[in-house]
Design a protein around this ligand. Structure first.
Ligand SMILES: [Zn+2]
Length: 468
């Protein structure tokens, strides 16, 4: 069953260009000393953020519903979901109220003029602001849907070193104002759902892309009633939020995929003794031409001795070609000579994938990116994603273009071990006939149509939309 993306949206506004990768959000490009590396913060010290001085939420009569101190404390605790990952070395610290030219001394961001001033100090790299749009009026002034819960955006990048220099987070407090009217313009979600949505934005803020795991749960049409096994493995960085909050289900805020990737981007000293790596290449049926843009998932083999299904709960993914550019450019038309500023141009990386996993035994499988995950919900390096390969296939020892895609051979990974060349040859995937060099498949295979987001009244999933 196909399901339309829609409902309440969360936007990731990218102030500095386009996207990359399932795993890292952006990868360094031609201007970098080392191309093909995830953009990350310099974490030699805590990442300092400033916070709006006004209330997190106010009702339509202008009364404060969630005051500033409470809002600030919720922000601190959301950041802590990421900083408390034991195998990741990333931390955040509060650096006072937002200051910007023209903004009142109290730092309350209330108008579109205030917002623009705050974006200014973010773009010049001096602050990482967290903005409270208490009644949703700034969002409205930005021309965005009232169904956007929040968004994040990188303001400044160091393209040479590969660092995120500054970024911001925007929170739509109207979702917490105590008024629940999904049919008009004032939807409401629980505090846990709201905080998990903003924690997702903090994942983007930290450099993480969307992840697609347990897609069948989304496609089943589940809304707020997700089964625990699949919810446990559903990444917080999944493009659409449609389940009950993880907290209300008794689950940790971050899924194994989120924990693995924040650790991969910011490895603590304990990372090497807690993770191994599975890597390889995805090829078209010719077994030679590399295929970028297919989702690759490593799933723990279920332990029959436990009531839980580990194959649904413990899974980590990435998109093939995640470190290769989604747009290499071409000189034929004269309009896109250099292509994207992001991503490696090393053709050896076109079909390459690499997945950090906790030690254990895994099956590895490929699948298409869901066609709903275009635009703001993009997953992986191709924009829009490639969605129509016959890509659903497990890896086994004797991969060929004519094998049984359900046959799987498990792979066992020890801590610190790097298992490589787990290579896929996908069945029924003829490379495009009209490509004129191997770089071109990333471009030619951008398969339309690009499904527009439809707003759907409650109960609805809320999508995490990203506009570039
Ligand atoms: Zn997102």
């Amino acid at each position: 069953m196909k399901r339309r993306a829609g409902g309440l949206m969360l936007a990731l506004l990218l102030f500095v260009g386009s996207v990359n990768a399932g795993g890292p959000l952006r990868v360094t490009g031609p201007a970098a000393t080392t191309p093909g590396q995830p953009f990350v913060w310099d974490t030699s010290s805590a990442i300092k953020y400033t916070v709006d001085g006004g209330p997190l939420s106010a009702n339509p009569s202008g009364q404060t519903v969630i005051d500033n101190a409470t809002g600030r404390s919720r922000v601190a605790s959301m950041f802590q979901s990421w900083s408390s990952v034991p195998t990741a070395a990333i931390s955040f610290s509060y650096a006072g109220v937002i200051t910007a030219p023209g903004l009142s001394a109290g730092g309350d961001v209330k108008t579109i003029q205030d917002y623009n001033a705050v974006v200014g100090v973010c773009k010049n790299g001096t602050q990482n602001p967290v903005i409270f749009d208490a009644d949703g009026s700034i969002l409205k002034a930005l021309g965005l849907s009232p169904f956007v819960i929040g968004f994040s955006g990188a303001c400044k990048l160091d393209l040479q070193v590969g660092h995120i220099v500054s970024a911001l987070i925007f929170m739509n407090g109207q979702f917490q104002d105590g008024v629940a009217d999904h049919n008009t313009t004032n939807p409401e979600i629980s505090a846990d759902q709201f905080d998990e949505a903003i924690t997702h934005e903090m994942g983007h803020f930290s450099g993480l892309d969307h992840s697609q795991i347990n897609l069948d749960l989304y496609e089943s049409g589940a809304v707020g009633n997700c089964d625990l096994d699949r919810l446990a493995g559903l990444p917080l960085m999944f493009p659409i939020l449609f389940c009950q909050s993880r907290k209300s289900a008794g689950l940790p805020i971050l899924a194994p995929d989120d924990v693995a990737w924040i650790s991969k981007l910011y490895p603590a000293s304990s990372y090497a003794s807690n993770y191994g790596t599975i890597s390889g290449f995805v090829f078209f049926q010719d077994g030679i031409t590399a295929l970028q843009g297919v989702n690759v998932i490593a799933r723990r083999v279920d332990d029959p001795a436990t009531p839980e299904d580990e194959s649904k709960r413990i899974a980590v993914s990435v998109v093939s070609g995640f470190s290769f550019t989604g747009n290499p450019g071409q000189s034929i038309s004269g309009t896109n000579t250099g292509g994207s500023s992001y991503g490696s141009r090393n053709p050896a990386l076109i079909g390459y994938y690499e997945i950090p996993v906790p030690p254990g035994t895994y099956t590895i499988q490929t699948e298409n990116i869901d066609s709903a995950f275009a635009g703001g919900s993009n997953v992986g390096p191709l924009v829009p994603p490639a969605t129509t390969y016959a890509a659903a296939e497990f890896w086994h020892l004797y991969e060929s273009a004519y094998d049984d895609p359900t046959v799987k051979d498990p792979v066992t990974v020890q801590a610190g071990q790097k298992i490589s060349n787990i290579n896929f040859i996908l069945n029924q995937t003829t490379p495009m006939l009209n490509r004129f060099d191997q770089f071109e498949d990333g471009e030619v295979l951008l398969l339309p149509p690009h499904e527009p987001f439809l707003l759907r009244p409650s109960p609805a999933p809320w999508s995490l939309e990203r506009a570039s």
